[in-house]
Design a binder for this molecule. Structure first.
Ligand code: PLP
Length: 438
């Protein structure tokens, strides 16, 4: 432990001296040290451990250090650690096949990227070139990544200081708990959000709109599962106007919702799907676009003007093959669905009954949010200081949480066990009691 404490201190010291962190003022940072992990747990050098109900950034769907994925990366590294994207590499083809097999029929090709943002970036580019149009409609309550068009398609605060791309239009999507449409039922919310989108598309000029870009289930914005019929309505609107429909599954895909793709529960087939995170649980950085036949055909004779040195990197491809095979063999997606339906969902609903600070519980699979409020009647969000306290109290109880605005996102690995969920619910329960008392 003494040696461990030294390593933790050294990690902190090096970090503060030399590492520049994302989305932060650098001055007052004090990041936690993570030295290792296994399954649903992570630990520091001193041996303090936490149940990882953040999945880091909602990406470690298969859990930490899955032995089959680690072995596949090691084997691939020993065989061929890197290769140009213009080559035909068996492992890349195997990865692409496993992804397209799980996508709806007609989406048969994959353009690999380094992560989620550049997947969105390239999906937007494909839509623009395919349609010859410029505008992209996305929602205010969204996050699509930190590159030129992706960050401007993003709706949250991160767009505002980065607004250097043109052609982006934003709408409000469905979010019944804080409805922009005075709706009182999911059906009403879905219909009115659709009508709002329809009016914006008409007013922007449909013949100038290349794409509607939506997260199938907006994640960072608060796990906003769309009401039945909403996405099918968006599909119909896109069809009417020749607009490319892009579903961003970077966070929602590959088991998070208890489906291979979150769109599987919504009876909708987009033209393009973006993915990253869960496809290989982030063991090697990777993302991509699954491309439908119509958009793909645009580039049969014409050059696709885009590429990346590491597109379809062999270590990434090997990790995708192993992760998807392990998820299939071990029934991990079905397990995530069952955990959501039978254990985590009911457990969180019970917490909401007991704690007045919980305004709403929503989610599916291993993708949930507890929306915390100062007042249930007015739905006033719980203040930032209380959220900071919630975070530190959860950490002190051995749970690594994900908090965003006034919400706790409950996003464990798809492999989380019933016992681990029980342990986490106990920690949430204790901390919500403290918040109730404030
Ligand atoms: N799209 C969605 C829906 C995301 O949640 C994220 C990241 O959280 C991204 C895109 C960006 O992915 P990356 O951080 O890998 O670039």
């Amino acid at each position: 432990a003494v040696e461990g404490a030294g390593l933790d201190a050294r990690a902190r010291e090096l970090d503060r001296a030399h590492v520049f962190h994302s989305w932060s003022a650098q001055g007052a940072l004090s990041p936690m040290v993570v030295a290792g992990g296994l399954g649903s747990r992570v630990w520091d050098h001193e041996g303090r451990s936490w149940l990882d109900f953040s999945c880091q950034l909602v990406n470690v769907n298969i859990g930490h250090q899955h032995p089959k994925v680690v072995a596949a990366i090691q084997e691939q590294a020993a065989t061929l650690a890197t290769v140009a994207p213009s080559t035909a590499a068996l492992v890349r083809g195997e990865a692409a096949r496993r992804i397209t097999e799980r996508a709806p029929a007609g989406l048969d090709k994959v353009f690999f990227t380094n992560g989620g943002a550049d997947a969105v970036e390239n999906a937007i580019r494909m839509a623009r070139l395919h349609t010859g149009r410029d505008k992209v409609v996305s929602t205010y309550r969204s996050y699509h990544g930190n590159t030129g068009a992706a960050v401007v398609a993003t709706g949250d605060w991160r767009r505002v200081p980065n607004e250097f791309a043109r052609g982006h239009v934003h709408v409000f999507g469905p979010y019944l708990y804080r409805s922009e449409f005075w709706a009182t039922t999911p059906e009403e919310e879905g219909e009115r959000a659709l009508q709002h989108l329809r009016r914006v598309v008409e007013s922007e000029g449909p013949s100038g709109i290349a794409a509607v870009l939506l997260e199938t289930v907006p994640g960072t914005a608060g796990v906003l599962v769309p009401p039945p019929g909403y996405l099918a309505g968006v599909r119909a609107l896109c069809d009417r106007h020749g607009i490319v429909m892009i579903l961003d599954e970077v966070m929602a895909g590959f088991g998070r919702t208890g489906e291979w793709f979150a769109l599987d529960a919504h009876d909708v087939v987009p033209d393009l799907i973006t993915f990253a995170k869960g496809v290989n649980s982030g063991y090697v950085p990777v993302g991509g676009v699954v491309i439908g036949e119509e958009v793909a055909a645009s580039f049969d004779e014409r050059v696709f003007p885009g590429g990346l040195t590491y597109s379809g990197h062999p270590l990434a491809a090997a990790s995708i093959v192993a992760a998807l095979d392990a998820m299939a063999e071990e029934g991990i997606v079905d397990h995530a669905r069952r955990i959501g339906t039978d254990v985590l969902g009911p457990g969180l609903a019970a917490l909401a009954e007991r704690h007045r600070v919980v305004g709403e519980v929503r989610g599916v699979g291993v993708f949930w949010a507890l929306e915390l409020v100062a007042d249930r009647a007015t739905r006033e969000p719980l203040p930032a200081a209380s959220m900071a306290r919630a975070k530190s109290e959860l950490l002190a109880r051995g749970l690594l949480p994900l908090t965003a605005d006034n919400r706790i996102h409950v996003v464990p690995p798809c492999v989380v066990t019933d016992d681990e969920v029980a342990e986490a619910l106990e920690a949430y329960d204790a901390v919500l009691t403290l918040l109730d008392e404030e």
